[in-house]
Design a protein around this ligand. Sequence first.
Ligand code: HEC
Length: 271
Amino acid sequence: MNSDMSYADILIATLCLTAVIVVGVSILMLHVVKLFVKESLNPTPFASPEEKARKLRLEVEAKALIKPKPALINRLMGLRPISEEKDLVMEHEFDGITELNNPTPGWFMVLFYGSIIFAVVYFLNYEVFGFGPNQEQEYVAETEQAALDKEAFLLNPANAKSAVNENNMVLSTDQAVLTAGAALYASRCTPCHGEHGEGIVGPNLTDEYWIHGGDVKDVFKTIKYGVPEKGMIAWEKSLSAQQISDITNYVMSLQGTNPAGAKAAQGDKQK
Ligand code: HEC
């Protein structure tokens, strides 16, 4: 009983499967027939050899129209390839010489527009919005700073020493100063003023008579600026202010020493 049922079942299943396959194949066949009918009524055209050749030619022409990208250096310099020269020739020519209408080089345009933009930014910055000081304000600020620096320099006692001049010179009889002055005098002044200041070409420095004043400030000034037209050297070029001050003190210490062979008095008596 069980096996009978089983046979019937298998049979039914097989039949069902066959039916499904037949239906599927029939649908497929229907599609094929439909396509066949459609193609035979209105066939899709194939490209003829001429058409193929034409298509190829068009493709080649289109490719030729795409210009190769010029090199960066050529773009910057505004150079056009020689093959384009015929496009650049301008209307007029003379004696067979023609003019090319070359484009302005890229680097020039960058500079040109760059400077315009720079000028606008500069103008807005300094003249309109006033970010940061302009030339004039910078100049004023620097001058003010220089004045402050100078004041500080002169106020510093260490610097004041080297800043001795004909206005602030004070007489000193300090032995160290006189020794330093004597050494400088011996090496620089003796040829003209004598070993003891008695005077040779230059005047006697030991008497009370002076051509250019016998005050310590006058003497400092004479030594510093010299009397070039009379042969007295301007010592400021080769001696420091301090050295001139030392020599001045030494020269002042020679007053009244009355050395042997003293030159006759020149100038006016110092009161
Ligand atoms: C090349 C020669 C020469 C040398 C070097 C020279 N003098 Fe004189 N000096 C003269 C002459 C010349 C005069 C006179 C200028 C005049 O007639 O106006 C003079 C004038 C002076 C006076 C002014 C005198 C016065 O009567 O007013 C002084 C001060 C003086 N010399 C100091 C010195 C000292 C200090 C040195 C060395 C650092 C020196 N001289 C080196 C030639 C020299």
